[in-house]
Design a protein around this ligand. Structure first.
Ligand SMILES: Cc1cc2nc3c(=O)[nH]c(=O)nc-3n(C[C@H](O)[C@H](O)[C@H](O)COP(=O)(O)OP(=O)(O)OC[C@H]3O[C@@H](n4cnc5c(N)ncnc54)[C@H](O)[C@@H]3O)c2cc1C
Ligand code: SF4
Length: 332
């Protein structure tokens, strides 16, 4: 690990000022410290934001919830209001990492976690995300965990997290404070960036900007689910995951918010799918059409080709389950 200056912040203002001076924020440290030990991240100044507050979940005037950026993942998943009104979020968080990590990991840090591409972690290998312009080891190499949607010629890595996938399904909003104190609100569905030709930038945060909270809209109802396919039953990142909020009223689909994890280069939400499903009677043919729409531009790189049929099956089974059909999408 390279030497660095460490500053403990006591207030949001302290943190903002530290960010303006070029410090990197450290929250739970479960991702950043690992990357510093491997010298993938080499910040000169660290601003510890663990004591600045932002660790409560509060009701908003709009009837939703404001989850502070320093709320630990385990506290968020155990909150009675989240369990009652946003179970998709609790399930997604509990499907991730381990109990110890969730006790430490924060809402803001989890959103900003970096890819788990093994070439990104191996400083002896080329990687455009870690060292822009060096090439992409994964493209012609081991790409089993890589993305099939949203890739570019420069990077095919997934965003690996679970929590954010549920937040995409819920259409949450990220509250961000700039160094000058100005606050901006960004829909979470616009927070993570496609790699394009700048894969080193994972999200839309400008330098020094602090996430202060994530805002959930008022409870959306419907049936909530989170499915995660992975190599081991626990303590593993997803191969493909699916957060779903689905509602049927008068025999027709009234709501179908679906977001996928580890399928694309960012959590994946496709409004075309929702448009296709809402207002229609549930059927196998409809679900197949929706899955084909979602995956029309999907492209595998050999080792990860299996993700395309896996996501298709997962989507059809989820829609069937939530709308009362059998797993094949036929009348039960
Ligand atoms: C072994 C292992 C297994 C894991 N498995 C899973 C899994 O299955 N699913 C899953 O989703 N995750 C998994 N994780 C990742 C884990 O969830 C993340 O490491 C964690 O959520 C990061 O949160 P943190 O608070 O520790 O972030 P930190 O490590 O403190 O920070 C991460 C990044 O966020 C930035 N940051 C932090 N807070 C803010 C803020 N308020 N504003 C702006 N920037 C900020 C930091 O500067 C840094 O760049 C795993 C991690 C490990 C080590
Ligand atoms: S996929 Fe992205 S993160 Fe992985 S080696 Fe290629 S450029 Fe790096």
């Amino acid at each position: 690990m390279r030497p660095f200056e460490y500053q403990r912040c006591d207030t949001v203002t302290d943190a903002r000022q530290a960010g303006a001076g070029g410090s990197r924020f450290i929250a739970g440290g479960t991702n950043l410290l690992d990357l510093m030990k491997l010298q993938i991240e080499t910040p000169q100044d660290l601003a510890d934001i663990n004591r600045i507050g932002l660790d409560t979940i509060d009701e908003t005037d709009e009837g939703g919830l404001r989850i502070g950026a320093l709320v630990r993942n385990s506290d968020c998943a155990a909150d009675a209001r989240i369990l009652r009104d946003y179970p998709v979020l609790a399930r997604a968080i509990l499907a991730g990492a381990s109990g110890q990590l969730r006790n430490r990991a924060s809402t803001g840090g989890n959103l900003c976690q970096r890819t788990r591409c093994s070439y990104f972690y191996d400083t002896a290998m080329p990687c455009n995300k870690r060292a822009p312009g060096s090439g992409c080891g994964a493209r012609g190499g081991q790409n089993r965990n890589m993305a099939v949607l949203g890739t570019s010629e420069h990077c095919i890595a997934t965003y690996p997290g679970d929590m954010a996938v549920a937040m995409y399904a819920l259409d949450a909003t990220v509250e961000i404070q700039a160094a000058d104190g100005g606050t901006r609100l960004l829909p979470v569905r616009q927070f993570h960036r496609l790699p394009g030709d700048t894969p080193e930038r994972d999200n839309e945060l400008d330098e020094g900007e602090l996430i202060t909270a994530v805002l959930l809209p008022k409870p959306v109802g419907g049936k909530h689910g989170y499915r995660k396919a992975r190599d081991r039953a626990s303590y593993a990142f997803a191969l493909v995951s699916l957060a779903s909020v689905i509602e049927v009223a008068d025999g027709k689909i009234a709501r179908a918010d679906l977001a996928f994890g580890s399928l694309g280069t960012r959590p994946w939400h496709d409004p075309r799918v929702e448009q296709l499903l809402v207002g229609e009677e549930p059927s196998k043919q409809l679900f197949e059409k929706a899955a084909d729409t979602l995956l029309a531009e999907a492209k595998g790189f050999g080792g990860n080709d299996f993700k395309i049929p896996l996501a298709r099956r997962m989507m059809i089974a989820t829609l069937a389950d939530a709308t009362g059909l059998n797993a094949a999408g036929e009348p039960a």
